[in-house]
Design a protein around this ligand. Structure first.
Ligand code: HEM
Length: 125
């Protein structure tokens, strides 16, 4: 049986494994690698804090993900196709590594945030 997500170390493993898949993905990889040319040294710790704040009550993330993604959407298509691929990779990663109530919460939160993000991008704000 797999363990649930319990601490920042677990979140780090989730985030690192997920973004390895993202980088190698033909649909969304180029957005990170080429269009935005993400600085991974900055992005990964931000994502550890983002997910730890959501799942572990850590309150270590401050930022505005919606405006960041609206900006990305102004530079490259961010449609149903890209979001469903992002979610597919996220769910695949998390199911490979963990199971339990925090794991389910992470999947639900990711799906809800993705839906809201896509909606805001489509509407242009
Ligand atoms: C098609 C889907 C997505 C793409 C292509 C994408 C792409 C990106 C990129 C390129 C960045 C880095 C921006 C930079 O370094 O300047 C970023 C940041 C981020 N993404 Fe996404 N993203 C997607 C979906 C999501 C979803 C669904 C979530 C949340 C569940 C999310 C959460 C974040 C957060 C928290 C940041 C950091 C924002 C900050 O700077 O504070 N992303 N994303």
């Amino acid at each position: 049986m797999k363990k649930d997500i319990q601490n920042r170390e677990d979140v780090t493993l989730l985030v690192d494994t997920f973004y390895e898949k993202v980088k190698a993905n033909t649909i969304i990889g180029p957005i990170f690698n080429d269009i935005i040319n993400v600085d991974w040294q900055t992005h990964l710790p931000k994502m550890y804090s983002f997910w730890s704040s959501i799942l572990l009550d850590e309150h270590s993330y401050s930022g505005n993900p919606m405006s960041v993604h609206i900006h990305i959407g102004s530079r490259t298509p961010m449609t149903e196709k890209e979001f469903s691929e992002w979610l597919r990779l996220f769910n695949q990663t998390i199911e490979e590594l963990f199971e339990g109530s925090k794991t389910d919460e992470a999947k639900n939160r990711a799906a809800n945030i993705a839906r809201l993000m896509q909606y805001k991008i489509e509407r242009g704000f």
